[in-house]
Design a protein around this ligand. Structure first.
Ligand code: ATP
Ligand code: MG
Length: 227
């Protein structure tokens, strides 16, 4: 910015293991979203290396990265980012259209199954504007899951929700971890980071703490088994 050089993330070294349940915790502007975009292969770092399943990401072509992202990574955003004039069902089906391993019929079946699991069966024909925030986020989670990714990245997934709907979404993310997915939640809220097994704390683009914890936040969840 102007004469000053802003390092959104700076000198970060991290290993993230399959099946981990992690939160990235930090204040506004600390670099959480930037780090998430790098982990999610949406952005490239100016310097340094990103490896995903032992492959060096800077060596892949854009279309190879796009395939990797769509098959292996599910994104959940604070603002849901659903297509506004498209039904819940079609929003969830969408990522399967670009997946060569899933036929159209399988995509429709999978999307219906996922929406049923999150209690959205009766609302599949509704567009996002006809759904509450919590319902939209459940649809967005189904969309993130429909290609069966191994990694789920959620950036402030409860930021636009009331506490009850937020808790439902956290329970969903927790149950995805329970079935073996790697789940990373970006948050500024210590209540949310308390439910994860590992907390990576960011400040001014740097990791100032990275530790595993006994999740004292278990009580915060009601441990619904959803997935
Ligand atoms: N495209 C960009 N151009 C310039 N500066 C940027 C850009 N993206 C992010 N930044 C800066 O990098 C820093 C980190 O931003 P980032 O969005 O990663 O923070 P964050 O922790 O996600 O914040 P929030 O909690 O508000 O979402 C901030 O100082 C931000 O202003
Ligand atoms: Mg952010």
């Amino acid at each position: 910015m102007g004469d000053s050089d802003i390092r959104a993330v700076d000198g970060i070294t991290l290993d993230i293991y399959r099946g981990e349940f992690i939160s990235i915790l930090g204040k506004s502007g600390s670099g959480k979203s930037t780090l998430m975009h790098i982990i999610g292969l949406l952005d490239h770092p100016t310097e340094g290396t990103v490896k995903f399943e032992d492959r060096i990401m800077s060596e892949l072509k854009d279309h190879e990265l796009a395939v990797l992202r769509s098959e292996k990574i599910g994104f959940v955003f604070q603002a849901f980012n659903l297509l506004p004039r498209t039904s819940a069902l079609d929003n969830v089906i969408l990522p399967t259209l670009y997946n060569k391993y899933i036929s159209k019929r399988q995509g429709i079946k999978k999307a219906n199954e996922l929406l049923e699991k999150v209690s959205m069966k009766d609302r599949i024909k509704n567009t996002p504007g006809q759904l509450s925030g919590g319902q939209q986020q459940r649809v967005a989670i189904c969309r993130a899951l429909v290609n069966d990714p191994s990694l789920i990245l959620a950036d402030e997934p409860t930021g636009n929700l009331d506490s009850k709907s937020g808790l439902e979404i956290l329970n969903l993310l927790h149950s995805l971890h329970e079935v073996g997915k790697t789940v990373i939640i970006v948050t500024h809220d210590v209540n949310i980071s308390s439910i994860t097994d590992r907390v990576i704390k960011l400040s001014d683009g740097k990791v100032f703490e990275d530790k595993w914890q006994k999740h004292d936040g278990e009580d915060y969840l009601n441990n619904m088994e959803i997935f």
